[in-house]
Design a protein. Structure first.
Ligand code: DX5
Ligand code: ZN
Length: 229
């Protein structure tokens, strides 16, 4: 049986993860299969609850469908929800490989440790996300705990927003503090125009929704190559 893909031991870096939030939901598996053929290392699933952020998107059933349609493709699930612990088991059962939650939803050191342990116990890697207005000090005490730090470069809720430059400062503060088996992901407003600066700030995993799925199919492999650099 092939080994499940893991962010801890990537075949190459940086990783590029198209966010399916901008995919064609009427042809989702086909759009995602094409993304993998274009060189995507993972698919990024933006889960929103209408409470932590003002939008509703997708849940475990959609994740399970993609897992069936594209077995072996790393599913990077980003929980923008107020109660992420509720969804560890459902997403693990749905075939997710990676589960990111927000420091703004789980602010205490012990809460972060406990949730990361629960995610690991269900066989997934764990990510901790920080929103643009949240100070770096909020994640500093727990930097070593998750397998990935996700620095948001938009206020979460929607794809297609403009990149927030100050997120690069947070990225620089995080980079250099991580072990080699920890990933540093950035998400929001990333495109071929700013990807080099994102990578130079220390990011080794880039998410893009509109800059990838918003382009015609024949351009998408080129977008991934530009994001990877
Ligand atoms: C934002 C989501 C992002 C979003 C990125 O709330 O977490 O993953 O889909 O979209 P773009 O790349 O279009 O900014
Ligand atoms: Zn996201």
């Amino acid at each position: 049986m092939p080994t499940a893909p893991s962010l801890r031991t990537p075949a190459r870096l940086p990783l590029v993860a198209p966010s399916i939030l901008s995919a064609d939901f009427g042809a989702l598996a086909d759009d995602c299969r094409h993304a993998v053929e274009c060189g995507a290392d993972a698919l990024h699933l933006d889960v929103m609850d209408g409470h932590f952020v003002p939008n509703l998107t997708m849940g475990p059933a959609l994740c399970a469908g993609l897992s069936r349609a594209l077995p072996g493709v790393l599913l990077d699930v980003h929980l923008m929800v107020s109660h992420p612990a509720m969804f560890v088991e459902p997403f693990a059962a749905a075939g997710a490989h990676h589960f990111t939650f927000h420091i703004e939803a789980v602010p205490g050191v012990q809460g972060v440790r406990d949730l990361v342990a629960a995610i690991h116990a269900r066989g997934m890697t764990a990510g901790l996300a920080i929103n643009p207005p949240t100070p770096f000090a909020a994640i500093e005490p727990v930097l070593s705990v998750p397998d990935m730090i996700l620095v948001m470069s938009v206020n979460p809720g929607f794809s297609g927003q403009s990149f927030i430059e100050s997120a690069l400062e947070t990225t620089r503060a995080v980079a250099g503090r991580l072990r080699s088996d920890q990933r540093l992901e950035m998400d929001g407003g990333i495109s071929p125009a700013n990807a080099a600066r994102v990578r130079e700030a220390g990011c080794d995993m880039l998410v893009a929704a509109s800059a990838f799925f918003g382009r015609p199919r024949q351009e998408r492999a080129g977008v991934i190559a530009s994001l990877r650099g």
